[in-house]
Design a protein around this ligand. Structure first.
Ligand code: MG
Length: 302
């Protein structure tokens, strides 16, 4: 078992992108600041999408200009197409995370292209990238599609192979709609590992069917080094019906630290951030540790 696992805080991107209540630029920056202070080594700060399609992401460039610098946290921007990729590359970020979708139907709805065209575009963009920014890839609907149903391992591996030709520094598999089980995680990570023993692996999990934290554990056992999560378990995809949140950062950190796996994230600061986002959104968020309290720190004998 690993001694440490990296947490990638995605609440400023996935966490709020599906929320109807638009957060101010100051609130978004305050959330990022809380992620930095909580000790997140990498933060997905925004998505470079058309604000007409995803209004919450309207201030992507302004956010990047105002990010606190020299903090020890690396900043990631998400991109779905050429324009988004080019904007991300010019936003003074550490990394761009490009999305390729494993299923054609979701790919068309999410980024107006089929899967194979997305793979070709990713390969074209990486050859054009100027040095100085890390280029990673996330394969969305890697465990199932809301429109096409099951995604076979063969189909997933077709997409993985196409993306790996671009030599990304990291490969992420996303359970975009929260349908995976721990067996699926183990099977698919093993299939990737067999062909690519050295590429750093990242998992993006949604807790839509309450399998998120179990899937995180299965991923770590299978050799995943980085896990996406969001304070309070907020999150969702505007183009996935009935999408719900990512796994909650503080719940994940609690499980890992209690199991002796270091994350670098301060649990009390993560709960504070979860309470901040709950207050900013004005609604109860799914995270559980923030309601139950840390054990044993908050036990009393009275
Ligand atoms: Mg997501």
């Amino acid at each position: 078992m690993k001694k440490s696992v990296e947490i990638i805080e995605v609440s400023p991107r996935d966490g709020i992108q599906n929320e109807k209540k638009l957060l101010s630029l100051d609130t978004k920056l305050a959330l990022i600041d809380r992620a930095v202070k909580a000790g997140a080594s990498r933060i997905e700060v925004t998505s470079f999408v058309n604000p007409k399609r995803v209004p919450q992401m309207a201030e992507a460039d302004e956010i990047c200009k105002a990010l606190p610098r020299n903090t020890g946290s690396k900043y990631i921007g998400l991109a779905l197409n050429r324009r988004g990729f080019e904007r991300a590359c010019n936003a003074n970020l550490d990394e761009v995370n490009f999305v390729v979708v494993a299923s054609d139907t979701f790919s068309e709805k999410n980024q107006a292209t089929d899967t194979d065209t997305g793979i070709r575009l990713f390969n074209d963009l990486t050859t054009e990238t100027t040095p100085g920014i890390g280029v990673g890839v996330t394969i969305a609907t890697a465990f199932g599609c809301p429109f096409e149903g099951e995604i076979s391992v063969e189909r997933l591996m077709h997409v993985v192979k196409g993306c790996m030709e671009a030599n990304p520094f990291e490969l992420a598999l996303a359970d975009t709609i929260g349908v995976a089980t721990p067996v699926d995680i183990a099977e698919r990570i093993a299939a990737v590992r067999k062909l690519y023993p050295d590429v750093p692996l990242r998992l993006h999990l949604h807790n839509t069917r309450n399998t998120g934290i179990a899937n995180a554990w299965a991923g770590i056992q299978a050799g995943v080094q980085s896990l996406d999560s969001s304070f309070g378990g907020v999150g969702g995809c505007p183009f996935a019906p009935a999408a719900t949140g990512n796994i909650a950062t503080e719940d994940l950190v609690y499980m890992l630290e209690r199991a002796g796996i270091h994350t670098g994230v301060n649990l009390k600061a993560a709960i504070d951030a979860a309470e901040f986002i709950e207050s900013a959104l004005g609604k109860t968020v799914p995270g559980m540790l923030m309601k139950a309290g840390i054990f044993p720190d908050q036990c009393t004998t009275s």
